[in-house]
Design a binder for this molecule. Structure first.
Ligand code: NAD
Length: 495
């Protein structure tokens, strides 16, 4: 034996060999990522643990973020073709599973309408994908420059109870089209159906592309898991879709957050409006999924000159009017008064009433309506609780106003500066412009229902996260990218 090869040196050689053997085994067990005819394998840290657990579902936010980070690296290897394939998988599964998942979501959340839960999944095809990311090129005397939209890595996402699977699916398309992986902390009330969708998406992605855990989800989401997600070092960006509580929490987290916050969209109807069309629009938007849409028509201001015509048309198109007494009964059940400490009180929405069917609300109002009734309405003053609070019920307050100026002024008040959505029914361009300026909302729809603002009956595209608070607007793949510039000085310019 070589005298220099003492015991510790032999141990080192043995350890080296064992380590190399271990690495090659890990590489063998890691699924290969294919890109055209290229194959590469990136070790997945979660391969072992996921044999024992469902795909993408984690108890712990840190584990989820680690797994998503590994998936992000695998997606990078899969290139634009890989991203396109993931987008196609999500869109196809949403269409195929729309009935099943719509039912599942309604059973779990117990809010909204089955037909619209199904529709919200069928229209996922309208969410833009990789094609949205067009690089910006510049060419001049000093060469050429290209600005490209590149991924962040792992995005942390919070979803609402109002559209659990639709928001998750729409977020996945935008986030993955941009080249990122994602970790969801869904609303606890819609987490079970979110998990079913995540597992189904991941299984299909793994089958087709060999990537694991591209979409991760916290199995039992809590405020603590949200806080842990915010602290994860490899999550540089959050996208938050929800009410004021979660938006404020995200803004305080210290992370950059894209915030799709609350709304209370007003509608103004002036004397020049096509009343039949205005009523059709209001019923369509306010009745959709029992008024769960954040963009949905929540209160209507109608100028005195056409108020009675408007109300008659609402009835003609099937909406049912509540009397003052009936409205008082419903309001007392649907809101409570809470002291705010300063000797005043404010209304608090009873969550049990959110997204309930009109006959259920009517019963609380002390009246029976037909099962097929889509919308209730009542004439109210401008400061009524149904006007001021984001009530998310198929019961719209209709406020009589003297003129367009008064209608717009009340609309500004009720919108609370959320800068979310507003609607006008008018043929008067000056009135349209005045309202657009005064409300300053992210979506402003003229002569159509709210959903026309998301490519449903109007021009445009769809997303379930409208970044109102932070100003990105209707989120697209570009929202989830970093802009990077690549410059070639002088050379390569051929003209
Ligand atoms: P919500 O605010 O109750 O819950 C949203 C999410 O935030 C859930 O996952 C919830 O668990 C979490 N959350 C709530 N408070 C939190 C806190 N303090 N810290 C951390 N996490 C918290 O909202 P919701 O009832 O699920 O959804 C309805 C609300 O969302 C409405 O206000 C609606 O306008 C808004 N919304 C906005 C958009 C948009 O695109 N702007 C889309 C859908 C819904």
């Amino acid at each position: 034996m070589d005298p220099k090869l003492d015991e510790s040196a032999i141990r080192k050689v043995v350890e080296d060999v064992l380590q190399r053997l271990g690495q090659s085994k890990a590489a063998q067990s890691t699924p290969a990522v294919t890109r055209g005819n290229r194959r590469s394998s990136i070790p997945s840290r979660t391969t072992q643990s996921n044999r024992r657990r469902p795909q993408g579902i984690f108890d712990d936010a840190y584990d989820a973020c680690e797994a998503a980070r590994s998936a992000f690296l695998q997606l990078r290897e899969a290139g634009l073709d890989g991203r396109n394939r993931v987008v196609r998988i999500i869109k196809e599964l949403c269409a195929q599973k729309a009935n099943e998942w719509g039912k599942l979501e309604l059973e779990e959340t117990k809010i909204g309408r089955l037909d619209h839960k199904i529709e919200k999944l069928r229209i996922i095809d309208l969410v833009p994908g990789v094609e949205w990311l067009r690089p910006y090129g510049m060419s001049g005397d000093h060469g050429i420059t290209l600005e490209e939209y590149t991924p962040f890595g792992v995005i942390g996402a919070i979803t609402p109870i109002t559209h659990s699977i639709p928001t998750l699916s729409s977020n996945v398309i935008s986030i993955v089209a941009a080249g990122n992986a994602v970790v969801f902390n869904p609303h606890p009330g819609g987490a079970r159906c979110a998990i079913v969708a995540v597992r189904t998406f991941n299984e299909a992605i793994h089958r087709e592309l060999g990537i694991e855990n591209l979409i991760c989800c916290i199995e039992h989401p809590t405020l603590e898991s949200f806080a842990a997600l915010c602290k994860c070092e490899n999550v540089p960006l959050l996208v938050v879709t929800g009410g004021p509580g979660v938006v404020n929490a995200a803004m305080r987290s210290g992370k950059r957050a894209i915030c799709a916050g609350p709304g209370n969209p007003p509608v103004v109807v002036d004397e020049s409006a096509d009343i039949e069309n205005a009523v059709t629009g209001v019923i369509k938007g306010a009745a959709f999924d029992n008024n769960l849409l954040c963009i949905g028509e929540k209160e209507v201001y109608v100028v005195d000159a056409v108020f009675n015509t408007f109300v008659a048309e609402l009835k003609r198109q099937g909406a049912v009017a509540l009397t003052d007494t009936q409205l008082d009964r419903l309001s007392a059940a649907a809101f409570s008064q809470e002291a705010d400490g300063g000797g005043c009180s404010h209304a608090v929405l009873n969550r049990d009433f959110v997204g309930q069917d009109p006959p259920v609300l009517a019963e609380h109002a002390g009246v029976q309506v037909n099962r097929g009734t889509e919308l209730l309405f009542a004439e109210t003053p401008a400061d009524h609780v149904f006007v001021i609070e984001e009530q998310m019920m198929p019961m719209v307050p209709v406020v009589r106003v003297g003129d367009i100026e008064e209608g717009i002024a009340y609309a500004v008040e009720a919108e609370h500066g959320y800068k979310h959505s507003s609607m006008i029914h008018s043929r008067n361009v000056d009135n349209m412009t005045a309202m657009a300026r005064a409300l300053d909302t992210t979506l402003f729809i003229k002569n159509g229902p709210c959903m026309a603002g998301l490519g449903l009956g109007g021009e445009g595209y769809l997303s379930y996260s409208i970044a109102t608070v932070t100003g990105e607007g209707i989120t697209t793949p570009k929202t989830f990218t970093r802009t990077r510039r690549c410059v070639m000085v002088d050379n390569l310019r051929i003209y």
